[in-house]
Design a protein around this ligand. Structure first.
Ligand code: HEM
Length: 117
């Protein structure tokens, strides 16, 4: 089984010589990689000790970058610390459902109104 690492523990590793970060609920020790990072050391330091999923994805890293990531994997973020926020996609689906429900209700009300005339 892979190791579970708490967010509090990850937060302790936030310096150039001890640099952990979280991407998609997995924890990586990129201390050795930081000087090799094509995007520079600073971008990794910006997310040191915290969740860098958004930053990592925003850059549109290649599949090669994802391969490199595997080398530095050290464990999973503890289940208790996995974001309670719903993923963006869920929220979008929720909003789409609400919009659809309002739309259907409106069509129903309008058609009833027309039928009664
Ligand atoms: C530890 C995880 C990371 C790995 C393994 C990684 C790896 C790489 C690799 C291999 C590239 C070259 C282009 C590519 O293949 O996509 C790259 C570029 C880049 N990375 Fe990362 N990266 C990581 C995290 C981050 C984070 C958290 C940021 C935050 C903003 C970042 C910012 C960038 C930028 C800006 C470039 C573009 C550099 C350029 O083309 O001038 N990276 N990264």
């Amino acid at each position: 089984m892979s190791k579970e690492i708490s967010l509090a523990t990850v937060k302790e590793h936030n310096t150039p010589n001890d640099l952990w970060l979280i991407i998609e609920n997995k924890v990586y020790d990129v201390t050795k990689f930081r000087l090799e990072h094509p995007g520079g050391e600073d971008s990794l330091l910006d997310v040191a000790g915290r969740d860098g999923t958004k930053e990592f994805n925003d850059v549109g890293h290649s599949s090669e970058a994802r391969e490199i990531l595997k080398k530095y994997y050290i464990g999973n973020l503890a289940a208790a610390d996995i974001s309670k926020k719903r993923p963006q996609n869920c929220r979008h689906i929720g909003m789409a459902l609400v919009a659809a429900a309002i739309g259907i209700t409106l069509v129903y009300v309008i058609r009833r109104g027309v039928a009664q005339k």
